[in-house]
Design a protein around this ligand. Structure first.
Ligand SMILES: Nc1nc2c(ncn2[C@@H]2O[C@H](COP(=O)(O)OP(=O)(O)OP(=O)(O)O)[C@@H](O)[C@H]2O)c(=O)[nH]1
Ligand SMILES: [K+]
Ligand SMILES: [Mg+2]
Length: 494
């Protein structure tokens, strides 16, 4: 039962997985006028494969492959026989879709061929396309790059698309979809507009300040708007770490005295996978930090099993304890585990007095660590006998042996992770990348210069810098290097 639950909740031990191959180089900037083509669905045998083209020769290519004088109706699926233009040999009977620009994904003329997914069909159609003059294979991310260049997607939406393609958990998918839908971009545009207005007020004052016919209170109005913006930016920046955790995984560290059953928690990583850590009745079994990426209740988590904390042991175990303490410091969420039948032992008391007490004493803020106290081996508690110590902080009872209490633990983890990562189905859009944080912070810094500057020209310049950061966030002033970094995350055909 317990294995099943963990598997269900935590599709554990998944190494980094890519849905398709990526090129290390970024795509060349668009505008070369070439028409590109690529397989856009996954590699390998499949029911249907989608091949697409983008560029001015798309319609020509479609006519050549379907040996037709006319193009099919726009944006409708039409069944056509595709043949090799060089030999006239039939390749496949396929659905074709014609998307004349600008109403297409890239904004250019696009064609989609939905062919039967056998490797021979796919390579036959790709070769046929390659033989059409003006067509060449697409580079990694080139379709998306063209969409960006043609104003179909802004930079945060491009990032959302990249994240959506690589999303492995439900929460990641929800967050990526929201970003792809443009929520973060809209927010930034709204903020940038506020700054444009404030700037207009300040500039009006510089130009006409001496005149009587300028409305009264223009500068005060600008100040009020900037202050409100500062508050909004501050709130989003506070959220930034949560968004990044959601994108790259929250650190959950399992800790406790030796033999509490810490490694047993990860033991049920799934029937097809070997257990992550060694479980044994011998205290001090785990020495290294064992990190496993898991999907925990829909949240991406890096789960670390660590050595049991105790003093007075040999040098190897001591090193394990040192590593465990190091890892504990990086934890977003600490899963503190004790043996419920052994709460009076010195190692349990010491653990409660140090680790549990110190985290409990932190004032709750976004940056502070969170802790879940779990009393394992509840199966060893006698039914009538005395329950666990009454002075214990809030805790959950669990038995890794029987699986009892796992549902409760999972639910508690889900709540904690929603707090640690932010819940992408509610609340404000999360900043998922350091780049977002950098620009919002830059904007906020510039606004503080605005407030401090006595000189109106300097104040106006500060507003311009602040606005510049927001436009860079959505890609208005993005440099080529930033674009290269972002598009590198895409695969060929995207
Ligand atoms: N009765 C009972 N035994 C358990 C339970 N969970 C784990 N055990 C046993 O407790 C012993 C220690 O389990 P481990 O998972 O190795 O404990 P650990 O905390 O990782 O130990 P170290 O790595 O040595 O610190 C093993 O013999 C497990 O089978 C439980 O819920 N009930
Ligand atoms: K052990
Ligand atoms: Mg262990």
């Amino acid at each position: 039962m317990w294995r099943g639950l963990w598997t269900l909740a935590a599709q554990a031990a998944r190494g980094p997985r890519r849905l398709c191959t990526r090129r290390s180089s970024g795509a060349p900037a668009p505008g070369s006028g070439a028409t590109i083509f690529a397989l856009s669905s996954g590699q390998g045998r499949c029911g249907i494969a989608v091949i697409r083209t983008s560029g001015p020769s798309s319609g020509h290519a479609l006519r050549i492959l379907t040996a037709a004088r006319d193009l099919p109706p726009a944006r409708h699926a039409s069944l056509r026989l595709l043949s090799d233009p060089r030999s006239g040999e039939p390749l496949d009977r396929a659905l074709v879709l014609w998307f004349p620009g600008p109403r297409s994904f890239t904004g250019e003329d696009c064609v989609e061929f939905h062919v039967h997914g056998g490797p021979a069909v796919v390579s036959g159609v790709l070769q046929a396309l390659g033989s059409v003059p003006g067509l060449r294979p697409a580079e990694a991310g080139e379709f998306t790059r063209r969409a960006f260049a043609n104003g179909k997607l802004n930079l945060t939406e491009v990032e959302g698309l990249a994240d959506l393609i690589h999303a492995e958990t439900e929460a990641q998918r929800r967050q990526a979809l929201r970003q792809l839908d443009g929520e973060l971009g809209h927010l930034c545009c709204g903020w940038a507009e506020t700054l444009t207005k404030a700037l207009a007020h300040v500039e009006a004052y510089i130009d006409f300040g001496e005149d009587d016919n300028l409305e009264e209170g223009v500068l005060e109005q600008a100040d009020v708007e900037v202050r409100a913006l500062e508050v909004a930016l501050g709130a989003h920046l506070q959220d930034a770490r949560r968004g990044q955790r959601l994108r790259s995984g929250a650190h959950v560290v399992v800790t406790g005295p030796p033999n509490a059953g810490k490694s047993s928690l990860g033991e049920g990583a799934g029937p097809s996978r070997k257990p992550v850590s060694i479980v044994s009745p011998e205290p001090g079994t785990t020495r290294d930090v064992l990190e496993t990426p898991v999907d925990l209740a829909g949240f991406p988590v890096l789960l670390s099993d660590t050595a049991g904390l105790r003093e007075g042991v040999g040098p190897v175990e001591q090193e394990g304890v040192r590593r465990a303490r190091d890892r504990l410091e990086q934890a977003d969420l600490i899963l503190a585990m004790l043996d419920a039948s052994d709460l009076a032992s010195p190692s349990s008391c010491n653990f409660l007095a140090t680790v549990v007490a110190s985290v409990g004493a932190q004032s709750p803020s976004d940056s502070s660590q969170r802790l879940l106290l779990v009393l394992n081996k509840s199966d060893l508690l006698s039914r009538k006998g005395p329950g666990p110590r009454p002075d214990l902080p809030p805790h959950l009872l669990l038995s890794c042996l029987t699986g009892e209490g796992l549902d409760g633990l999972l639910e508690a983890l889900r709540k904690e992770l929603a707090a640690v990562c932010g819940d992408p189905s509610t609340g404000s859009p999360l900043l998922t990348r350091a780049r977002h944080q950098h620009h919002l912070q830059g904007c906020l810094d510039a606004l503080s210069h605005y407030k401090q500057s006595k000189d109106l020209a300097l104040a106006a310049e500060a507003l311009r810098v602040a606005r510049g950061h927001l436009t860079q966030l959505t890609g208005g002033g993005g440099t080529e290097e930033i674009l290269d970094i972002i598009f590198r995350d895409f695969c060929v055909g995207k």
